[in-house]
Design a protein around this ligand. Structure first.
Ligand code: NIG
Ligand code: FE
Length: 400
C-alpha cells in the first residue's frame, strides 16, 4: 500500500473532536496517507521519518483542510435559467414554478448529454475543493426520467437523492397537474423505478410545492423502500417542514431560512442537522438564514451549495463559506467546519469531512497560510491541490 508524508503544513484543520478548538487545528503539522486513508496526523516535529514512507510532499507552509462535503446539489439538469436570474435581479421574485422550465429541457436531453453535463459540474466542484457531493434528481418528474437522472448521478457519487417530489409537473397541454395523482405516482411506480439508484429521498416542503401531509406520506413510502429521508423546508417563508423533519428524526433539513423559536428548539432537541445554503439567498436576493442563532441554540449546522439552474447556480463552497461569514454571523472556523464535518453529518457520515487516523484521505491544500483566508479573500481561487481517497486529482495536483 503506497504511503505519502505531507509535511510543512502551516495549519492543518483536522475536525478532530479530541483536539481543542473549532477545527482541532494543528500548526506546523504533517500528515501520513496510507492507501486511501489517513494513517497519522500531528506536529511535523514528531512525524514518522521520511525514510519510512514511499513519497514526501512539502506544501511549504500552506494550510491543509478536509475536502469539502457538499451535502445538497441538483446537478442533473439540462439548459440554464440565466434569463430568470436576470429578471430576478430587476425585481421579479423567485418562485418554485421555474423548476418546470428545467424539467422540459431535462426530459429532452439524452442520457449522454446529462452525463457529460454532470461530469463537467462535478469537475468544477472538485477544482474548488469538494471531494464528496450529494446529487439529487428532481428535474425528470416521470418514473423513467427520475430513474435515469439518478442512474446518471450514481456514476459520480453514492450519495444520490430521489426528489420526485420537487414540484407537481404540468399536464401534457401545459395545464396544472393533479397533486393527489402525482403523490400516488411518486410513492408508487416512480419510487419503485428510482429506489435502486438512490440512498435518500427528499421533498420540497413549501408553499407552491408539497405540504406537510404530502411530505409525511412521501417520506414514509421512501422509508419502506429503504431510502433515508431529508427535506427542503422553510426556504421561501415560514412553514411546517423544519418541525416535521425534527419530529421524524431526519438526518438533515435544508434551507432553514425562515425559522421561529419553536423550529430552532425542535432542531436543537432532535439533533437534525440544519443545512444552510447561502448561495440561494445571494442568487434570489432573499434574507440570509441566521446561522448564529442556530449555533447559539446548539443546533448542528452544515453549509452546502444547492447548485441548481434556478435558485443558485454556484458550485463553489468557498463562495458559500465567505457568504456565511459575512452575512450569517459565522466565524471563519465555524463556516469551514460546517462545510466539511457539518456536510458529512448531514449525510450521516463520519469517514469524510475530517482528517483523523482512519478517515478517508480527502484533503485540500490552500494557497494560504490558514483557513481564515477562505472568507478573507472571497472570490480568489485558493485551492492549490485536491487529494481524493489518498491520491492527487488533476494534472497539477501532485505538486504545489
Ligand atoms: O433547492 N427549492 C427547491 N429546489 C431548488 C430550486 C430548484 C429550481 O429553482 O430549479 C432549491 O432551491
Ligand atoms: Fe435544493
Amino acid at each position: 500500500m503506497a504511503s505519502t508524508l505531507i509535511t510543512h503544513i502551516g495549519e492543518l484543520a483536522t475536525n478532530d473532536p479530541e483536539r481543542p478548538g473549532t477545527l482541532g487545528a494543528v500548526t506546523d503539522a504533517a500528515l501520513v496517507i496510507e492507501g486511501r486513508t489517513v494513517a497519522w496526523v500531528g506536529p511535523a516535529a514528531s512525524a514518522p521519518s521520511p525514510d519510512s514512507v514511499d513519497s514526501v510532499v512539502s506544501v511549504a507552509g500552506r494550510a491543509v483542510i478536509p475536502g469539502f462535503v457538499d451535502s445538497h446539489s441538483h446537478l442533473v439538469f439540462a439548459g440554464d435559467r440565466a434569463a430568470e436570474f436576470e429578471a430576478r435581479m430587476s425585481g421579479t421574485p423567485y418562485a418554485a414554478g421555474g423548476i418546470r422550465t428545467t424539467v422540459a429541457a431535462t426530459r429532452a436531453a439524452t442520457d449522454e448529454q446529462l452525463t457529460a453535463h454532470v461530469g463537467r459540474l462535478v469537475q468544477e466542484m472538485q477544482r474548488q475543493g469538494t471531494t464528496t457531493m450529494e446529487i439529487k434528481s428532481g428535474y425528470g418528474l416521470t418514473a423513467r426520467d427520475e430513474a435515469r437522472s439518478l442512474a446518471v448521478a450514481r456514476q459520480f457519487t453514492d450519495e444520490t437523492t430521489f426528489l420526485g417530489a420537487h414540484v407537481v409537473p404540468s399536464g401534457p397541454d401545459g395545464e396544472p397537474g393533479d397533486p393527489t395523482a402525482y403523490v400516488e405516482l411518486v410513492t408508487g411506480p416512480m419510487l419503485e423505478a428510482a429506489a435502486p439508484h438512490a440512498r435518500w429521498i427528499d421533498v420540497f416542503c413549501e408553499r407552491g410545492a408539497f405540504d406537510a401531509d404530502q411530505a409525511r406520506t412521501i417520506l414514509a413510502a421512501g422509508a419502506r423502500a429503504g431510502l433515508r429521508g431529508r427535506l427542503h423546508a422553510n426556504q421561501l417563508g415560514p412553514g411546517p417542514g423544519v418541525r416535521l423533519a425534527a419530529e421524524l428524526g431526519l438526518v438533515a433539513v435544508d434551507h432553514c431560512t425562515y425559522l421561529d423559536d419553536a423550529d430552532v428548539a425542535a432542531l436543537a432537541d432532535s439533533g437534525t442537522v440544519a443545512t444552510l445554503l447561502p448561495g440561494v439567498e445571494f442568487s434570489t436576493r432573499q434574507p440570509y438564514p441566521d446561522a448564529r442563532r442556530l449555533l447559539d441554540a446548539g443546533v448542528r449546522v452544515a453549509l452546502a451549495s444547492d447548485c441548481n439552474p434556478g435558485s443558485c447556480f454556484t458550485s463553489s463552497l468557498p463562495f458559500c463559506l465567505a457568504l456565511a461569514v459575512r452575512e450569517m454571523g459565522m466565524t471563519p472556523a465555524e463556516a469551514l467546519r460546517a462545510a466539511t464535518a457539518g456536510g458529512a453529518a448531514a449525510l450521516g457520515r463520519t469517514d469524510v469531512g475530517r482528517l483523523t487516523p482512519g478517515s478517508v484521505a480527502d484533503l485540500v491544500v490552500l494557497d494560504a497560510p490558514d483557513h481564515r483566508h477562505l472568507a478573507y479573500r472571497p472570490g480568489v481561487p485558493l485551492v492549490a491541490a485536491v487529494w481524493r481517497s489518498g491520491r492527487p486529482l488533476g494534472p497539477t495536483a501532485g505538486g504545489v
